[in-house]
Design a protein around this ligand. Structure first.
Ligand code: SF4
Length: 334
């Protein structure tokens, strides 16, 4: 775009909307804050509450202690399960160790757990599309470990040895690429004609909206910046989606400090978005950095309004009556 035949092209920054916090992340972060306020530090959190370094560091400053395994939590202490969910084995382990627990698993992850348990109870084997080692995949697999086979790619579908004459169900991680997952499901259906779909989409509304929003601006962007951490599945997918939909380059940054001025030689239009675990203050920092580098204030491209919110876990909901004293052994059920 040019103002005059020989003038410089007009630089611009478009920021995608929806971006940033989803309802599940908002609930999980608020759960830890409320737990700290109500019960005092330390509050143990199994794994990162959400996959964002800044969020975790901020909660740690306030008294949260992040652990990889429950064995690191002292007996009787309070522990929060992260938004990505846990397997029944972890819940049992917490009960055995007499830990007090608060479950911050996103309800949309819990929905996938229930789907897995229901298919398994009917004797239907399940193909779970997801990434090996991701906490959500470990939690879902734990619902029916003998009935679930993980598939990460089309090649994995080719390698499946399940009986093509028998019904088979597919489920997915909530934060995958919509397009890539569709391709894997098509391949599954071609090999397994009796393939059963999940009752509703497993890739959650927030993942879908953020991918649709970045698709809308990627084609107009020389370069896309995705704010998010490297271990955030949905943030990494946003980089892939931007590149697949017309962006010439796309970079994942934790914050404005990782924005490299050398990226912008010859760049006229920049698209910006953020993963579902990213607070907006980090996006604001990136937009301010772009202004320092000579770009104008950003214009927002809003695809859809998000209004979903989830109730907090019962232990940290605000109550009219005084809360009973926290003593003894209480473990959340599902
Ligand atoms: Fe829940 Fe989706 Fe957010 Fe994950 S990305 S916490 S599944 S709403």
């Amino acid at each position: 775009m040019t103002d005059e035949p020989d003038s410089q092209p007009t630089r611009r920054v478009i920021v995608a909307s929806p971006r940033g916090y989803c309802a599940g992340v908002d609930r999980a972060v608020l759960t830890v804050k409320r737990a700290l306020a109500s019960f005092g530090a330390p509050v143990y959190v199994r794994k990162q509450i959400v996959h964002n370094e800044h969020v975790v560091a901020t909660l740690a400053e306030q008294g949260a202690i992040f652990v990889d395994e429950l064995a690191e939590v002292p007996q009787g202490a309070l522990v929060v399960f992260s938004a990505h969910g846990v397997s029944p084995e972890v819940r049992q382990d917490a009960a055995t160790r007499r830990l007090r627990t608060i479950d911050a698993t996103c309800p949309l992850v819990t929905k996938v757990h229930h789907e897995a348990a229901r298919f398994a109870a009917k004797g239907v084997p399940i193909v779970l599309i997801g990434h090996a080692g991701h906490e959500e995949v470990e939690g879902t697999t734990g619902e029916a470990p003998d009935d679930i086979t993980l598939v990460q790619s089309g090649e994995d579908v080719d390698a499946l040895t399940l009986d093509p004459e028998r019904p088979l169900a597919w489920l997915s991680q909530t934060t995958l690429s919509v397009d890539e997952t569709r391709g894997i499901v098509e391949k599954l259906r071609a090999r397994f004609p009796q393939l059963l779909d999940p009752p509703s989409d497993d890739i959650c509304y927030a993942t879908q909206n953020r991918q649709s929003a970045i698709k809308q601006i990627a084609a107009q962007s020389d370069l896309v910046i995705v704010v998010g951490s490297r271990n955030s599945s949905n943030s990494v997918r946003l980089v892939d989606v931007a590149l697949e939909n017309g962006a010439r380059a796309a970079h994942l940054v934790d914050d404005s400090g990782q924005v490299d001025p050398q990226w912008f030689d010859g760049v006229v239009s920049v698209g910006v978005t953020s993963g579902a675990s990213v607070p907006d203050v980090l996006v604001d920092g990136v937009l301010a950095r772009l202004e320092e580098l000579g770009f104008p204030p950003a214009v927002e491209d809003r695809l859809v309004d998000e209004t979903l919110s989830f109730a907090l876990p019962p232990q940290v909901r605000e109550r009219r009556q005084p809360r009973p004293p926290v003593t003894g052994h209480w473990v959340t059920g599902r």
